[in-house]
Write a protein that binds this ligand. Structure first.
Ligand code: B12
Length: 222
């Protein structure tokens, strides 16, 4: 079977909520020699992306999104260890990423982290509902280039201002770039709150991360 057809079947399993098939289809792709990052991007994530678009259009509903996520996670379980041990890991830069204080949405973060890893970023996942103090500590501990804040509601996106304030108060603001992510974000508003950028799409965000790394290099900080 053509590689593109195998990847299409993985994406379709996510759309079809086919938890039985997805692991076997992912294994078939690996056995055919497809790179794990490609299976993630063009198979599982492509399927999840379509689910997200259908959700926005009102063609699928929340319970279906959640089942598709389970299917996505099932395939991801197989690929994540392979991607994390891959030689490209951390090639482009290092990130810490957590869901901002007060926000318990996990799915967007769990989709975004492997996309960034597959793109060559080392990502330290801080989990959900991360207090500002924990973010400050994680910057000290991991010395990342980029801080990713998962902000999935308007109220928690607005909390960005306070998180940035605490990073500034700790004297760490000049060491990192800060990017917000989630469906309620806007790059202009994020900048007004003291962050550097924002994106509502993990695949599109990779180019933004690359630009932030370029800026850090120009400023002599990476
Ligand atoms: C599933 C869901 C839930 C689930 C979460 C389950 C889980 N384990 O995550 C449950 C039922 C628990 C839930 C709870 C709530 N929810 Co809710 N939820 C959703 C829903 C339907 C889908 C979210 C999702 O998974 N999307 C799919 C993922 C893949 O998309 P995504 O999150 O946007 O992520 C993408 C990008 O944003 C990007 N990305 C993600 N993270 C990052 C990080 C960085 C750094 C970058 C660069 C990019 C990036 O990559 C992803 C792929 O492209 C949305 C509706 C929507 N339109 O998003 C509402 C939504 C986010 N929820 C909402 C609300 C209000 C709530 C509740 C307050 C409801 C309530 N009254 O109890 C609570 C909040 C509890 C809390 N304190 O956090 C609102 C927020 C409204 C707003 N603008 O403020 C939304 C928009 C629904 C709505 N239209 O009202 N929710």
């Amino acid at each position: 079977m053509e590689h593109s057809e195998m990847l299409r079947q993985v994406a379709q399993a996510v759309l079809d909520m086919d938890v039985e098939q997805v692991a076997a289809l992912t294994d078939d792709c690996l056995a055919a020699g497809l790179p794990p990052a490609r299976i993630l991007a063009e198979g599982l994530s492509a399927g999840m992306r379509t689910v997200g678009e259908k959700f926005k259009q009102g063609e699928v509903y929340m319970p279906e999104v959640l089942v598709s996520c389970d299917v996505y996670y099932k395939g991801l379980e197989k690929l994540k260890p392979l991607i994390q041990s891959g030689s490209g890991r951390g090639q482009r830069g290092k990130m810490i990423l957590g869901t901002i204080y007060g926000d318990i949405h996990t799915v967007g973060k769990d989709v975004a982290v492997p996309v960034f890893e597959a793109a060559g970023y080392e990502v330290v996942d801080l989990g959900v509902d991360v207090a500002d103090g924990q973010i400050v500590e994680a910057i000290r501990e991991h010395a990342p280039d980029i801080v990713g804040l998962g902000t999935y509601m308007t109220s928690t996106f607005m909390h960005t201002r306070e998180t940035v304030r605490q990073i500034e108060a700790a004297g760490l603001r000049s060491q990192v770039k800060i990017i917000c992510g989630g469906p309620a974000v806007d790059a202009g508003a994020a900048r007004r709150m003291g962050a550097d950028d924002a994106s509502d799409d993990a695949w599109e965000a990779v180019a933004r991360l690359d630009r932030l790394m370029d800026e850090l290099k120009k400023e002599g900080r990476a």
